[in-house]
Design a protein around this ligand. Structure first.
Ligand SMILES: Cc1cc2nc3c(=O)[nH]c(=O)nc-3n(C[C@H](O)[C@H](O)[C@H](O)COP(=O)(O)OP(=O)(O)OC[C@H]3O[C@@H](n4cnc5c(N)ncnc54)[C@H](O)[C@@H]3O)c2cc1C
Ligand code: FES
Length: 257
């Protein structure tokens, strides 16, 4: 799959480290899928789709490549290959999880850092299919909370957590999740998470304790993005670019994490 050059139509500054790039082009893609973004003579890196129509990427500047993207201006070009990988499975997809076909489905979305952006794409898809959506957004502090107004404008329930207590509940996303899992009428049928590895591990452990199915969008070092180089192997022979980046687990059937 060759990269296509897409013009940057809009750039939104989300916070001190993160920008959202809206590109002139669309893809037929599922929430959770990613593209390989390429800058000639710089590098190529994977980024989750924050939207597929138009192609939208929310990117934190943390190293050489992401900082180079942050230098781009409206009218510049970014090359993308994709969509790649397996996205989030939606209710009715053949996962074999309990309540998968019971409609409407109660979805709990949990996001941290730039991981919140692809969950907004997922929320829109779940709402279009008639499901109930709640979201927990976590960050270090208020300035780093992403997409809060975008989620509120969807009309979904939004819980906020900050580690320093500057907005919402003081603590981590799991601190907000625990009481919601105990609340049986609102107990989710599926947890969908995207964010830093530590957050995903904590959410996964909690879901295991509560015997709740969950899907996490995992990150690994990628080179080819299409299953050829093996650099994204995460154990069990699984390739993050092909078998993921979204991995689904049902603790009732699978106790290993
Ligand atoms: C499936 C997938 C989806 C992804 N989606 C997104 C996305 O939507 N938005 C996005 O911004 N990135 C996303 N990434 C990460 C992205 O691909 C790059 O790894 C990231 O932009 C860093 O690349 P770099 O070359 O700028 O920095 P590097 O040179 O690779 O790293 C520079 C330094 O920053 C550290 N670092 C790397 N990543 C992070 C991080 N996330 N937070 C803090 N420090 C970090 C490294 O440990 C290193 O010390 C995704 C990765 C995968 C595998
Ligand atoms: S990135 Fe090459 S096999 Fe996954």
């Amino acid at each position: 799959m060759l990269p296509q050059a897409l013009t940057i139509n809009d750039i939104k500054i989300e916070n001190s480290t993160t920008k959202t790039f809206v590109l002139a082009g669309s893809l037929v893609a599922a929430p959770g899928q990613f593209v390989m973004a390429w800058l000639p003579r710089v590098d190529e890196r994977p980024f989750s789709l924050a939207e597929s129509n138009p192609v939208t990427l929310t990117i934190a500047a943390v190293g050489n490549f992401s900082r180079a993207i942050h230098q781009l201006q409206i009218g510049d070009k970014l090359w993308v290959r994709g969509p790649l990988g397996r996205g989030y499975q939606l209710p009715g997809d053949p996962l074999g999880f309990e309540n998968q076909t019971n409609l409407p489905h109660q979805a709990m979305l949990i996001g941290g850092g730039y991981g919140v952006a692809p969950l907004h794409f997922l929320a829109k898809r779940l709402l279009t299919d008639g499901h109930h959506v709640a979201v927990i957004i976590g960050a270090r502090d208020e300035a780093n909370l992403l997409c809060v107004d975008k989620f509120k404008s969807l009309g979904v329930s939004v819980w906020l957590t900050t580690e320093d207590g500057t907005c919402g509940q003081r603590g981590r996303v799991t601190d907000a999740l625990v009481p919601l899992l105990a609340d049986s009428p609102n107990k989710p049928h599926m947890v969908y998470a995207c964010g830093p590895t530590g957050m995903l591990e904590a959410v996964a452990k909690l879901c295991q304790v509560h015997r709740l199915p969950f899907q996490v969008s995992w990150e690994a070092h990628m080179r080819c993005g299409v299953g050829l180089c093996g650099s994204c192997e995460v154990g069990h022979g699984w390739l993050t670019c092909l078998d993921g980046p979204v991995f689904g687990f049902n603790p009732k059937f699978l106790d290993a994490w």
